[in-house]
Design a protein around this ligand. Structure first.
Ligand code: NAD
Length: 388
């Protein structure tokens, strides 16, 4: 079949095997060209390994630090006339390239929130790595079933306390409109904390510890977004912000048991991923941010952020007052934020082409699914079950 993008709202339901493999290869090239990391973990568990920041973490540790990895992600397999999820193609492309580089890479596809997948990952660590020096927690999910009670929780990405009026962008049409988002109820806020807060991170660390697969002096990382005042009403002060604050709580709890360097929350910049494109207001902020940061020469995507985390931040930790590592420093610099704040009130459908870079945002979005990469023959007739 000829594989083309099929976009429904903020999701693309198809993915291109060769494009996804090319995307993985470009990220590997970014790390390899920069040379080996001076220090880094050699045995890593990556939760949420198939796309976005988790995939970048698996690539940086494997190709920068020479790590062997176990990865966990949630995927859709391909069928005769149906493409797999982008993450499924990314996983296959990553495994092939890691193995060619002499690194071990085992991937488990299933629900990371479940006890069964935790047990499967522990068994894989025992047989493949023995123990892990690092756990990267990079799951982004709208839903979680609590393994203890069987109850299913859905996150609600909403403000908290009061309703929020803000500009927002239809990324398909370029239309900038005002939206009014009603505040979450207490139950919705609590459910969002259940899904995206720190409870499952703590369950993973407890299960790994109990199984004896955490190496002495291990570190675990969990990714957060703090962001600028422009997104605070919908994000930082909303339900997702409450969930992210719960990561700080969980990190403190993990450090209390396992020591000072056992758990870091890492604040990263806003980038275009499947998870971030589903958050109201954030795509408009991201479209303007892409232009402002590129104009200053500070443009970064997932791989650049995670590469900088491992090369410059992780092993000489300068922590903020919440014990977090900060790689969102460039996004939140005065140079970038003063420009963002000057542009924000002027944003409209008419001014967006000058103030933001929607074509780049759209190209970045399509790239997540393997589309629009140079050198890929998109007219080729492919079997979606054959990996690139
Ligand atoms: P993403 O959507 O690209 O990746 C999410 C990963 O989680 C995928 O590998 C997916 O397969 C996996 N996953 C989802 N549900 C799962 C389940 N039940 N079991 C197993 N795997 C599952 O997301 P992302 O944007 O890279 O987000 C990763 C983390 O980074 C999140 O905590 C997010 O809040 C944080 N972060 C993102 C941004 C941003 O702008 N995208 C900024 C700062 C921090």
């Amino acid at each position: 079949m000829i594989i083309e993008p099929k976009i429904r709202g903020f999701i693309c339901t198809t993915a291109h095997p060769v494009g996804c493999a090319t995307n993985v290869q470009r990220q590997i090239d970014h790390v390899v060209v920069k040379g080996p990391l001076r220090q880094g973990p050699r045995r890593v568990l990556v939760l949420g390994c198939s796309t976005g920041y988790g995939l970048a973490s698996r690539i940086v540790t494997t190709f920068g630090a020479g790590a062997d990895t176990v990865g966990v992600s949630f995927e859709r397999e391909p069928g005769e006339a149906k493409t797999a999820s982008a993450g499924w193609y990314n996983n296959r492309a990553f495994e092939k390239r890691a193995e060619a580089a002499g690194r071990r890479a085992v991937t488990i596809e299933g629900d990371a929130f479940s006890d069964a997948i935790k047990a499967e990952a522990i068994a894989a660590i025992k047989t493949t790595l023995g123990q892990v020096d690092m756990v990267v927690y990079s799951l982004a999910s709208p839903v979680r079933t609590d393994p203890k009670t069987g109850e299913t929780y859905r996150s609600a990405i909403k403000p908290f306390g009061t309703k929020v009026r803000s500009k927002t962008l239809n990324t398909s049409t370029g239309e900038v409109t005002e939206v009014e988002v009603e505040p979450a109820s207490d139950a919705e806020a609590a459910a969002t904390v259940k899904v995206m807060g720190g409870e499952d991170w703590e369950l993973w660390i407890a299960a790994l510890s109990e199984a004896g697969v955490l190496a002495e002096g291990f570190t675990s990382l969990n990714y957060t977004y703090l962001g600028s005042e422009l997104t605070w009403p919908i994000y930082h002060k909303g339900t997702l912000g409450k969930a992210k604050a719960d990561l700080d709580r969980a990190a403190t709890a993990i450090r209390a048991v396992h020591g000072d360097s056992s758990a870091y929350v890492v604040a990263l910049k806003a980038v275009v991923t499947q998870a971030s494109s589903a958050i109201p207001v954030v795509p408009l902020y991201g479209t303007v941010l892409l232009k402002v940061m590129a104009d200053i020469g500070l443009g970064e995507g997932c791989i650049e952020q995670i590469d900088r985390l491992f090369r410059e931040k992780l092993f000489t930790p300068a922590l903020d007052d919440g014990h977090r590592l900060r790689v969102d420093d460039w996004e939140l610099s005065d140079a970038v934020q003063n420009e963002m704040k000057a542009r924000w009130p002027k944003l409209s459908t008419e001014t967006l082409p000058d103030l933001g870079d929607l074509p780049k945002y759209q190209a970045e979005f399509l790239k997540l699914f393997g589309f629009g990469l140079s050198g890929v023959d998109y007219s080729a007739d492919l079997d979606p079950r054959v990996v690139g």
